[in-house]
Design a protein around this ligand. Sequence first.
Ligand SMILES: C[S@@+](CC[C@H](N)C(=O)[O-])C[C@H]1O[C@@H](n2cnc3c(N)ncnc32)[C@H](O)[C@@H]1O
Length: 380
Amino acid sequence: MAKNANLGQAKAAKNDEFYTQYADIQKEVNAYIEYNPDVFRGKTILLPCDDPEWSNFTKFFAQNFEFFGLKKLISTSYAIESKKFKEGYMPSLFETESPQYDIDKTRTHGKIFILDYDANASGRIDIDDLQWKYLEGDGDFRSAEVTALCAEADFIITNPPFSLFREFLLWLLESKKLFLIIGSMNSITYKEVFPLIKNNQMWLGNGFAAGNAFFRVAGGTSADYADGVYDVSTGMVKFRNCCWFTNIDHGRRHQPMTLMTMADNLKFNKKLKGQTEYYHYDNFDAIEVPYTDLIPKDFDGIMGVPISFLEKYCPEQFEILGIDGGDMGVFYGVGAHLTKQECHDRFAEHRGFRRGKLCYRDCDHKLQMCYRRILIRKKQ
Ligand SMILES: C[S@@+](CC[C@H](N)C(=O)[O-])C[C@H]1O[C@@H](n2cnc3c(N)ncnc32)[C@H](O)[C@@H]1O
């Protein structure tokens, strides 16, 4: 099994060229269309960080322009000279054969691609009607030029540069638009992100097949990644902690999980082998639920669940109350009633203890620190 197969690897690789597969975009977007067939009707979509010559977002939306009833599609690309990874760049024939091709600008300027009418008079609006020109700058999403495009967009959709994810998210939230983006599941612990998840202003999308996201990479070798992440034969990397973040509604999030009672879990679930009860935290009034499928359907108190719970989260079934870990954990109540000294006196026996982090004593009375937990409660 791959070690550390996550987006942290992508950051370490100092390479943002991870291209999303067409089938993954299709699977995700179809979830919104199934829930609301008119979700994109009459709307404008902005795809920043996207180059239709190399990536699939523009292709997908251009090909479905009429089917979705789109009003306008805008994508912007980032200049090769500004990218971290520049090796082997060649302008495409699409660019070099266009009258506006500029041998200097091709390396230093971003491009804007617009689709909003049947430019070639073929009788339908599709990818062949894309019009393009060079941007004034390099296409950085943070530039005034690209930021101004948010104003006319209803949706902002992309797989942003992993190395700038936090910055991208803040930029995106500033726009107050509907969005659909790919990111690391770990980012839900960011102080800017968690309150949005808690308040149901942002949630996880439908998700990648079996939780595995495959991306085509530009350049790189298996030595750049942990074992099993990069497949030389396909030129793809596999990440397991990737998810879609969105504020667009879809059906999966309204499907409640099928769960068992506490007694049945303790009796039948092998993951609780040797336990006669669920552990109660030592520093918070809640029980430890180490796997999402162990959530007891008949427990009315607060439960600490893994972050991956969000993949199954249904707001009609549970409410999210908080998160543990660090200052944010303290802010959301975990251990806030204990002073630093009290924490030290009670938990110093475990080197990993931090104020705000959840812990419990196991059957042998040994102090155990939990992985990051989200605090939830069943909706009545
Ligand atoms: C993870 S890749 C995804 C590409 C494409 N959207 C896809 O999903 O196939 C992120 C892209 O953003 C570009 N990028 C990096 N920094 C950027 C910036 N500051 N502004 C705009 N794009 C940037 C990278 O060069 C890369 O092509």
